[in-house]
Write a protein that binds this ligand. Structure first.
Ligand SMILES: *[C@@H]1O[C@H](CO)[C@@H](O)[C@H](O)[C@H]1NC(C)=O
Ligand SMILES: *[C@@H]1O[C@H](CO)[C@@H](O)[C@H](O)[C@H]1NC(C)=O
Ligand SMILES: *[C@@H]1O[C@H](CO)[C@@H](O)[C@H](O)[C@H]1NC(C)=O
Ligand SMILES: *[C@@H]1O[C@H](CO)[C@@H](O)[C@H](O)[C@H]1NC(C)=O
Length: 202
């Protein structure tokens, strides 16, 4: 009886915690120097002229943000300086309810978790940044030049092995050759010796 109750409680808590988080989550991989797109869709939202979007990062303190767009234009007042002239909307007027953000010239500092929030007309400036995100995206930045370096080092290792193997066989071949000539020489000496012995006997 107690066990059943406990199980029921666990299931309920489990279901509640699944239900509590409506945020869509995703992971994006990007390379330094390239552009990347953080996708976000305001499914079924009613879009008006005053609908906006607010993009920020988990580690940014309000009022700082990555990108803020409302009433038909972007607002750079509290934009984090790292994103100046580097971010733009994929759909400039949020067509198709598409709130996706393009980040140009991705750098290692872009590595982090981004949040996308839909801003509706009625939201006052003070509440703007408190709306729940509709999507969180983890951006993982890969440094291509570093990866190439690692590949180069790895290839160098391979080259080193090949050189070592070739070197080993080269030395072995010379040793074998030396041994062969030495034996030949010894054999020649022995036979000429026995010839001389023969000549002396006669
Ligand atoms: C970076 O972007 C350029 C141009 O869009 C593309 O040709 C290249 O393949 C991209 N590199 C990587 C590693 O994604
Ligand atoms: C949103 O826009 C981006 C960029 O054009 C596109 O890649 C993406 O597929 C769009 N998302 C949807 C759900 O239409
Ligand atoms: C891209 O960003 C790097 C710093 O992360 C900077 O040195 C470089 O000039 C930028 N390139 C462009 C085309 O803006
Ligand atoms: C990138 O960010 C993730 C968390 O979002 C973190 O686990 C990882 O260590 C970071 N990588 C670098 C190279 O900073």
């Amino acid at each position: 009886m107690e066990k059943t109750l406990l199980l029921g409680l666990c299931v309920t808590v489990g279901l509640l915690s699944v239900h509590a988080d409506h945020t869509d989550k995703g992971v994006v991989q990007a390379f330094t120097g390239n552009s990347t797109i953080l996708e976000c869709l305001a499914k079924g939202a009613r879009m008006t002229d005053s609908t906006g979007v607010y993009w920020t990062r988990m580690d940014l303190k309000s009022p700082q943000y990555v990108f803020f767009y409302k009433n038909g234009h972007s607002d750079t007042t509290h934009q984090d300086s790292r994103y100046t002239n580097r971010v733009e909307l994929a759909w400039p007027n949020l067509e198709n309810n598409n709130l996706s953000l393009i980040i140009h010239n991705v750098s290692a500092t872009d590595n982090g978790t981004f949040k996308c929030m839909l801003i509706q007309g009625g939201t006052s400036r003070a509440n703007t940044f408190d709306v729940p995100p509709i999507r969180t995206l983890e951006l993982i930045v890969n440094d291509l030049s570093k990866e190439l370096d690692e590949e180069f080092i790895e290839n160098n290792h391979v080259a080193w092995y090949i050189q070592a193997i070739v070197g080993f066989f080269f030395v072995a071949a010379i040793a074998a050759l030396l041994f062969f000539f030495q034996r030949l020489h010894a054999h020649y000496n022995k036979s000429s010796q026995s010839e001389r012995n023969h000549a002396q006997e006669e």
